[in-house]
Design a protein around this ligand. Structure first.
Ligand SMILES: [Zn+2]
Length: 304
């Protein structure tokens, strides 16, 4: 945190609708820095143009969607990294879109090793197409098809790659989404989608024990490793990302053993391995390739 410079705070209670208008003063500075600021070098006793460029944009998923000016995670083309299409169940009342690799009809499938990746130019092409469309309806159709609403914020200098310079937010993606969803599935309370007799549901009396064992175990774990974790079976509102990550990575493999059906248990442990690799302090090129393979297999097995 010591190396962060706060350039501004946007007060709530509502989030900004158009982030580009809020970051305009910051972009002015970026433009000046790209031209070069006259700076004195005391070693050569001469002036030189000091330049600086913004290379990344870090944000949670929702803020990133605003920054990139995209339709976002509930859209038909929801991903900021690839052009994968979302589907929903036409027979269900719930019209939420999701992005399976295998279409439920079984007719189409995405190749996870060869996803249609977005490129930096996608934003310019989509924006131009939207500008050239004559009716509001046509403009909306392009935005819906491409998932892009217009040029992103931070577009004046051109130092950012919109497709590749936007790292994903591991905390929300994994700890606050995937882990929480798995937990709810095993509880039998996942978005009202699970029926009572699914074999991945752990019976309530065993969950009771898991809750108690969690609380009892955390009592003896030094706070350097994790803050107190409450009984997550009774109440998940106090579970933050840190609690979810610790519970899932270090406690669940023990608490769920012989309680969750073996194939789901192994699948959960595979995710633990993935998460541990992702949170290593350093990672080699070979490990990144290995990780890619692991993640693809994990998603494919999840969909089965
Ligand atoms: Zn994607």
């Amino acid at each position: 945190m010591g190396r962060l410079i706060c350039v501004g705070v946007i007060p709530g209670p509502k989030g900004p609708k158009r982030l580009d208008t809020f970051v305009s003063p910051f972009e002015d500075e970026c433009v000046s820095l790209a031209y070069g600021i006259k700076t004195f070098d005391c070693t050569t006793r001469d002036y030189f143009p000091l330049r600086g460029y913004q290379l990344f944009f870090l944000a949670d998923i929702v803020a990133m969607e605003k920054g990139l000016n995209i339709k976002g995670h509930n859209a038909k083309c929801p991903c900021r990294s690839c052009r994968i299409r979302a589907v929903n169940d036409p027979n269900s009342k719930n019209k939420t879109y999701y992005v399976p690799l295998f279409h439920p009809s079984g007719q189409t499938a995405w190749d996870p090793k060869n996803l249609p990746l977005r490129s930096h130019g996608d934003w310019c092409r989509a924006t131009r197409a939207i500008e050239n469309a004559s009716t509001k309806k046509d403009k909306e159709a392009i935005a819906q098809k491409t998932g892009i609403k217009g040029m992103p914020a931070f577009s004046r200098v051109g130092s950012l790659n919109y497709a590749r310079g936007m790292p994903w937010d591991f905390m929300h993606l994994l700890f606050e989404n995937v882990v929480k969803n798995l937990f709810n599935m095993w509880m039998g309370s996942f978005k009202n989608l699970t029926s009572e007799n699914e074999d991945f549901i752990i019976p309530a009396d065993i969950w009771k024990k898991i809750g108690k064992e969690t609380v009892n175990a955390v009592k003896y774990i030094p706070s350097q490793f994790v803050r107190s974790v409450k009984n997550l079976v009774d109440d998940q509102t106090t579970m933050n990302a840190e609690a979810w990550s610790f519970w899932f990575m270090y406690m669940a493999p023990i608490l769920l053993k012989n309680r969750l059906v073996e194939k789901y248990y192994r699948h959960a442990c595979d995710l633990v391995t993935i998460m541990k690799m992702c949170t290593q302090f350093s990672i080699t090129r070979e490990e990144v390739d290995e990780l890619e393979e692991h993640i693809i297999q994990w998603v494919q097995r999840y969909e089965k």
